[in-house]
Design a protein around this ligand. Structure first.
Ligand code: PPS
Length: 285
């Protein structure tokens, strides 16, 4: 293992040296080294897992509010709950993290490090995800194509995070594992208190009425929107690239996906769900 790690590090440095497109290969190697060789799971670790735009940030805030009893003294939520796969490109060091270590990640089940740690997976209505992701791509990744083209890429699993359908399915299959809590964004929206109780029980965090009130207050959409810079970690970088910030927390609602979809898109979407999920119960929409 040690030899493999050193070899990969050397290869990574060579690619870094050449810059340009090689930089991308160097980053891929750095990621692989981190996920497969450097990170070692411990039982107290917690992963917040989502396909992008499914409520990762909201869950980061909820869990941080739960464990800190309402602390707001942070510049960015990523300082408290770091983005796992980006750790090798950040100034965060595993050794410097407090216990329990809580991470956010978009890794699919087959790629996530396995261990006795806990995984909270959040699924969001796929049609809401595709719209939210489209707006994210346009605002943050300078995507210039129209929604039809983006929608096709989403169905074909050709976006940065690959297939939403496979991502959901992979995690759905293990939802009964005792160290997995599978939740829906829509449950948080419609049944906040009961969902917080479930999360607290799963994580073994003590909850009382006062704490629940603080968590609810501090993780409400409007409250978080007011402090958007604490959540939009790309803010600084994006500003220097001339990309319009303040678009990370957009609407925070459910089901508008269906409203903005025409019948043909709804049919295509449902056909894809039938094809991959092979079950009506997963979709729950
Ligand atoms: S990312 O980029 O993957 O980290 O995005 P992610 O945080 O997973 O998802 C962003 C969407 O979650 C909405 N959001 C919320 N909804 C309700 N309440 C709260 N507090 C909240 N915080 C974030 C956010 O607005 C994005 O959804 P859209 O539909 O784009 O508004």
């Amino acid at each position: 293992m040690k030899l493999l790690n050193i070899t990969l590090l050397i290869v990574q440095r060579v690619f870094e040296f050449f810059g340009g497109i090689s930089q991308y290969i160097a980053q891929t190697i750095a990621s692989l080294r981190f996920i497969k060789l450097i990170y070692k799971p411990i039982p107290t670790d917690v992963f917040i897992v989502t396909y992008p735009r499914s409520c990762t940030t909201w869950m980061q805030m909820i869990i941080y509010q739960l464990i800190s009893n309402g602390d707001l003294e942070f510049n960015h939520i990523g300082e408290k709950i770091p983005f796992f796969e980006r750790i090798p490109f950040s100034n965060i060091r595993l050794k410097g993290l407090p216990n329990p270590r809580i991470f956010k990640t978009h890794l699919p089940y087959d790629k996530i490090p396995k261990g006795k740690c806990k995984y909270i997976y959040i699924m969001r209505n796929g049609m809401d995800v595709v719209l939210s992701y489209y707006h994210f791509y346009k605002s943050y990744l300078k995507y210039h194509n129209n929604f039809d083209a983006f929608f096709k890429k989403f169905l074909d699993g050709k976006l940065q995070s690959k297939s939403w359908f496979n991502h959901v399915l992979g995690w759905y299959k293990v939802k009964e594992n005792e160290n997995v809590l599978f939740l829906h964004y829509e449950d948080l929206k419609n049944n906040f208190d009961a969902t917080i109780v479930k999360i607290s029980n799963f994580l073994g965090i003590e909850l009382n009425k006062d704490k629940l009130k603080i968590v609810k207050q501090n993780s409400e959409f409007d409250f978080m929107k007011n402090y958007e810079e604490k959540f939009d970690h790309a803010n600084e970088i994006l500003l220097t690239m001339g990309i319009k910030p303040k678009n990370f927390l957009r609407k925070g609602t459910s089901d508008y996906g269906k409203i903005e979809f025409d019948d043909k898109k709804i049919q295509l979407f449902e056909k894809k769900m039938d094809e991959i999920f092979k079950s009506k119960t997963i979709a729950k929409i």
